[in-house]
Design a protein around this ligand. Sequence first.
Ligand SMILES: [Zn+2]
Length: 319
Amino acid sequence: MNTPLMKKLVAVVVALLAVLGGTVLVIDTDGPGPRPAHTVTIPSHLPGPLTAAVDSGDADRLPDTTVTAPAVVVAQAKTGEVGEDLRAENPTAGNVAAQDQAAHDDQLPLVGADAAPSQRGCLSRFVVNYSSRRGVAPRLLELHETVSRNVPGWADVNAIGVQFNQPRSQASSTYTLDREAHCLYLVRESDKPWTQAAANPWSISFEIINTATPSDRNLIDGPGRKLLLGILNDASKRWDIPLRSARTRSCTPLRAGISDHSELGPCGGGHVDTAPWRGGSRPGQVPRGAVRALVVDARRLCEKRYRAAHKPTPARCKA
Ligand SMILES: [Zn+2]
């Protein structure tokens, strides 16, 4: 390219950026010579962090605190599971009939609308995306993957919280946590999270920060896994949900317990999480984060807690 034309081009770009408020650096990386310098543009308006106004779990349900995450992390999170509408207020007739029967049997009002506004190890940051359980007590502890990256600190977990507080996302989870045990309690257990479509009325959901690719070493480990086992135990106690593998048909529980999104099939949104951590490549191999391994370890923790308190282990903690 001849130099006068290049100079003209640079001048046009500089003028444009001056209007837009950007900064242009004209640099010549290979010193004096025939090759023209090139320009590097530094935008003056980098996307700022995104902030969601949420409820800390005080007496009212009005926003009184915030969750903040870098825009770029929120944008990445949106490309994963949490960017999908998983609300599904109108499940099949069979499911609704089962809910009505359960609501009649459960007598949920005795529990109170704002049951357990806090959970050990998690920050209460209640979002706007939730609906009523219609008197149905939860029976399923459902594990999910965000299909987003773990980043140091709170940004990865907060990005999910920000997304779940946007009404247009039509998605939320009861809890979101990462390997480092950053945990947000986002929807009260007594309310319905929007994570697994037709199974929502029956579920307490856990979104685990995980890319769902082999770049993660397993579903969850370290302090995050320890915290997850603790919350599974606490929720099991609050709702008398046995610490065992759950079974469902058409998103209606046949056997209460712990499950993951993939086990629900099409009625749950047709997702495959917690793949690829559901089974090992060799027969009999159970990855440390897999649902089966979590069930066994949640039960162990339960036994340990009751032994320490010199109390008999309740039936829900036995295989
Ligand atoms: Zn899921």
